[in-house]
Design a protein around this ligand. Structure first.
Ligand code: 6PG
Length: 248
């Protein structure tokens, strides 16, 4: 069994826990560097987190004025498209924030142009010298039932990309063309938090936690950072994971 740090929560508590971790990590980043860089994934799981962060109660808990919001990946569609990860964040969270610094992946461009532009934005946003990797304070990841993360899909060359910070991959499900951070960037983060919910992901979590898998999700191993899985109870049961502890 792989030794992944994980917590099991009721779905609503899982969202609260993710928001609390975002608040503490960004606050610590302010104390250390007076800036924070956070990257969000797309898909359905982050929706509840975005809605919670948009509430007046939570808005003041995140130092948004100096927190740079990035995306782990994007579908190659315009920002107003229902499939856009930026569009989802804009609708559920960003439009409610009085101040924000966003670096969206320009899904409306040609995929490789969008990847080039995003890589350039990483270089300027993190003030990187040639070849250096951006060090995110926090990256939120989801996991697909096939073990993909970000837009890095099993068996694709994009999973093995080591040279570039941003790449293009093709998703089995439409919209097929996607732009994604690469694993070297993801694994360079100070903190990586997976949020995974639902019994349907039981098989993939079992495979990741109990076997030596080479799936993209198994390759998420921060080089010098922290990795935490936040799972809901349905998924813990479906994956037959021991209950290390459960927050009531
Ligand atoms: C995307 C995401 C993707 C997502 C997983 C899990 O653009 O779709 O970045 O990697 O995190 O597919 O998606 P769910 O949260 O919908 O299960």
């Amino acid at each position: 069994m792989n030794t992944f740090a994980y917590e099991v929560h009721h779905p609503e508590l899982l969202t609260l826990r993710a928001a609390a971790l975002l608040a503490s990590i960004t606050t610590m980043a302010m104390g250390a560097r007076n800036v924070a860089h956070v990257a969000f994934s797309g898909g359905a799981t982050p929706r509840a987190l975005f809605k919670l962060l948009a509430t007046s109660e939570w808005q003041s808990r995140i130092p948004w004025a100096r927190t740079h919001i990035w995306w782990v990946d994007e579908r190659c569609v315009p920002p107003g498209d229902p499939e856009s990860n930026f569009g989802m964040a804009q609708a559920l969270l960003l439009r409610h924030l009085p101040v924000m610094i966003t670096h969206r992946i320009r899904g409306e461009e040609h995929p490789w142009q969008a990847a080039y532009l995003y890589e350039r934005e990483l270089v300027t946003g993190f003030n990187l010298w040639a070849g250096a990797l951006p060090r995110f304070d926090l990256i939120f990841l989801g996991v697909g039932p096939d073990g993909h993360i970000a837009s890095l899909f099993p068996g694709s060359a994009a999973v093995a990309e080591q040279k570039h910070r941003v790449t293009v991959d093709n998703a089995p499900a439409p919209p097929h063309a996607r732009v994604s951070l690469t694993l070297p960037v993801i694994n360079h983060a100070r903190n990586i938090i997976f949020m995974a919910t639902g019994a349907n992901k039981g098989p993939i979590i079992k495979q990741l936690f109990y076997t030596d898998s080479d799936l993209p999700a198994a390759r998420v191993r921060p080089t010098h950072g922290h990795l935490l899985w936040l799972l809901d109870e349905a998924l813990q049961k479906a994956a037959s994971l021991p209950l290390l502890h459960q927050c009531q």
